[in-house]
Design a binder for this molecule. Structure first.
Ligand code: SF4
Length: 754
């Protein structure tokens, strides 16, 4: 059974909040920061967080305002992320000597990260019970030797977390391709891959088409499958600005999240005293996976009402007639079954779209992690194209990314399916022929280790074992690796469930001053709206042995490749400006990158947004037709969606509370409707085990407390990573391969666990 925090015994459940942020958010974030970092470091870090000459928040990818910034340009969660990184606690050689790996395996994810910053390169040698220190020189030589011994470069896998900087990502993909593989899975494979797949096909660019200014100017913002109050809190400020100027918000989500209801902006007196802004004008409490049906119905209703931008459709799109015919025939009964909504609610939502001139569609994991996620996002695009809502101010598509530089990493070439044009430019710049065969994504990375087809796993940040679906399968696959190397700031599950030989390489965080090469280095990042800018930390590093991600990667590359292809790894590590010059020559849209960064940053070109040109094979935006399939659930079963608590960022668990949902001192809860409790013969507070069912296979997660909650009948929710063991590895979104973490068929049984 997975480790369970002893605090779970004290779990309390109260009423969910009806608003987000406010004075409490300020108080909690400051108290937490001071406790972790001390007063001086708290002041220095929070004063420079998200400022023009400061460091970029390492948490979500929400953009910063281009011009004036407030003195406190961050949210509660950004402050938590900074405090988590800036903690005075450390986990060095003495810690590892005192704790055998078998003992660490019994600790929760929260406990592991709470031990503090990693300070020394550590190795667990094959058969050893403990991690022990190793010098940087020996660590790099050992890694290089493993890489050189591979029979085939595709026996290596290079995983990237979305925190890695553009410079680190660029040299990382360069190293992988110089070695000879495109095995570059990343956390995008687990979150917005469905977005990239849908947008590439329909508008020719796999990124959102709006800026922060557009959000402020919109008159309707649709927020689908997203919980901004917890996952992208400063989005609430943008929503508040838009609302103040008369915008309406249509929220579509199974749960009535606090951040969709009301926002008490802590930067405003009104927000501090609880007189905040009501957000959603209409909240559609949709069943999980009902969005494709909903948007086909909305499309049909808009057509019935004669709402169409005929000029835009004629000049800039293809496929309209086939789509219009398809949605005109949409089966109303199927829509009602899939969505769980009343037809009148759907008509009211369609009316909101019909009466709006500038509409932005936002979405996140509640949409992307379904089997039909790509089709659903294509349907957002269909409706946006119908109304001509791309490439004009205040309108467009806004996928909201989860990790601070996940979009930038992809721009830099972290992709198992790199476009040929990117590889051509890489080849021209560096004088070698990169591999053209596609590499493995995150799910395939698990498969190649599980099946013995790969040997070395290198992770640039992140916590792959906890983040990935099917935890036990993933962990077993990692244990089979010959060597795993984790470039990390904190201890996590992936250091425990690691290869036969396992290395931990401690790295600098965003808050810390990077003096690699004897000079102050900056890194660059790209946010969710394609704005690219520099980031520079000022804090003293957590230990003298820490190295930057760029330095570590260049060191490994040098130890592996020597001067093969003549790539100047040492020069790159000495001055990241040299990497930026190469980025400027290799990465499309990054011409004069170094200069633009020196001048304060820039926004990446986006032809649909900038000029209504669509780089698709057809040369136009594409309406697509997706069959409507209503996914059914066997009798007595429920649909589980995994989600985050408010005290959590991705796999990082800051604490055991989720105050917006009224949960304190525990995480092993299942949110379930009163109707399901009654129908299944359970009561609020009962302890249950969860079993997921998938193609004749069963997976188990034990000891969860049922919490009666306002969720649609048949749909339950629980936190990840605790419920990741229930998500089958092979249950993936069509086309994109994203794990279907928002659609897991489960049954409940009384818990026999003690
Ligand atoms: S909204 Fe996201 S990027 Fe901004 S401070 Fe909060 S967590 Fe950081």
């Amino acid at each position: 059974m997975a480790p369970i925090d002893e605090e779970e015994a004290r779990l309390r459940v109260g009423a969910p909040a009806d608003h987000a942020a406010g004075l409490k958010a300020v108080r909690l974030s400051l108290a937490n920061a001071v406790q972790k970092m001390g007063v001086r470091k708290t002041v220095r870090n929070l004063r420079t967080l998200n400022q023009h000459d400061g460091f970029d928040c390492m948490s979500c990818a929400w953009p910063d305002p281009q011009g004036h910034r407030h003195a406190a340009e961050f949210c509660e969660n950004g402050a938590k992320a900074v405090a988590w990184e800036g903690t005075r606690d450390t986990a060095g050689p003495a810690f590892f000597a005192a704790h055998p790996v078998a003992e660490l395996a019994q600790q929760t994810d929260h406990w592991l990260e709470k031990q503090g910053r990693l300070t020394h390169p550590m190795i667990r040698r094959e058969g050893a019970t403990h991690y022990e220190p190793i010098s940087w020189a020996d660590a790099l030589a050992l890694i290089g030797a493993h890489f050189r011994q591979l029979a085939d470069p595709n026996e290596a896998v290079f995983y990237t977390s979305g925190r890695a900087s553009n410079e680190a990502a660029f040299v990382y993909q360069l190293f992988a391709r110089a070695l000879g593989t495109n095995n570059l899975p990343d956390c995008s494979n687990m979150c917005h891959e469905s977005t990239g797949s849908a947008l590439m096909r329909t508008i020719g660019v796999g990124k959102g088409s709006v800026t922060l200014e557009d959000l402020h100017q919109a008159d309707l913002i649709v927020v689908s499958g997203q919980n901004p109050g917890t996952n992208h809190p400063r989005m609430l400020t943008a929503l508040e600005i838009a609302k103040r100027d008369g915008a309406k918000i249509l929220a579509i989500n199974p749960l009535p999240e606090a951040g969709l209801l009301r926002f008490d902006n802590p930067q405003k007196v009104r927000g501090l005293v609880g007189g905040g802004t009501g957000l959603a004008d209409r909240l559609l409490r949709i069943r999980s996976n009902g969005d494709l049906a909903l948007w086909q119905a909305i499309g049909s209703l808009l057509l019935e009402r004669g709402v169409a931008d005929r000029e835009f459709i004629a000049s800039s799109t293809v496929g309209f007639d086939a789509w219009a015919k398809h949605v005109a025939e949409v089966d109303r009964e199927a829509v009602l079954a899939a969505t769980g909504l009343e037809w009148a609610e759907i008509e009211a939502a369609a009316d909101m779209l019909a009466s709006s001139k500038r509409i932005i569609h936002c979405w996140a994991m509640g949409i992307t992690q379904h089997r039909n996620a790509v089709a659903t996002i294509k349907e957002f695009v269909n409706v946006a194209l119908l109304q001509g809502m791309i490439g004009k101010p205040g309108a467009g598509l806004c996928p909201v990314r989860g990790h601070s530089n996940v979009q930038g990493d992809r721009t830099m070439g972290i992709w198992e399916k790199p476009p040929a044009a990117f590889l051509d430019r890489l080849s021209a710049e560096f004088g070698f022929e990169p591999p053209r065969e596609h590499g493995v994504d995150a799910a395939d990375a698990v498969r190649v280790f599980r099946d013995g087809r790969a040997k070395v796993f290198l992770a640039l940040g992140g916590n792959f074992v906890a983040a990935m679906s099917d935890t036990e399968v993933t962990a077993a696959a990692m244990r089979d690796a010959e060597l795993t190397v984790q470039i990390s700031t904190k201890l996590n599950r992936s250091h425990i469930e690691a290869g036969r030989t396992a290395l931990i390489l401690p790295t600098l965080g965003r808050t810390e001053q990077d003096l690699t090469g004897g000079t102050v280095q900056r890194i660059t990042v790209e946010d969710s709206m394609s704005a690219v800018h520099a980031s520079r930390g000022r804090s003293e590093p957590a230990g003298p042995l820490l190295r930057s991600e760029v330095d570590i990667i260049c060191g490994i590359a040098q130890a592996t490749l020597g001067d093969r292809h003549g790539i100047p790894w040492a020069d790159f590590a000495e001055d990241y400006g040299r990497i930026r010059e190469r980025i400027g020559r290799v990465v499309p849209g990054c011409d004069d990158y170094a200069t633009k960064i020196d001048n304060g940053g820039f926004t990446m070109p986006h032809p649909p947004r900038d000029s209504r040109t669509f780089p698709t094979p057809e040369g136009k935006a594409v309406f697509t037709v997706s069959p409507l399939e209503v996914m059914t659930v066997p009798e007595g079963r429920l649909i589980l969606q995994t989600l985050r608590s408010h005290d959590q960022f991705n796999t990082t668990i800051y604490g055991l509370d989720d105050r917006y949902r009224g949960v304190y001192s525990g995480r092993r809860v299942v949110f379930i409707s009163a109707a399901d409790l009654a129908e299944l013969g359970f009561a609020d507070g009962d302890l249950v085990d969860l079993t997921s069912e998938w193609q004749g296979e069963e997976r188990h997660a034990a000891r969860f407390r049922l919490v009666e909650y306002d969720t649609p009948k048949g749909c339950v929710a629980a936190y990840y990573p605790e419920t990741n063991p229930l998500v089958p590895l092979d249950s993936q979104a069509e086309e994109s391969g994203t794990p279907t973490s928002k659609w897991v068929v489960v049954r409940l049984s009384p818990s026999n666990s003690v």
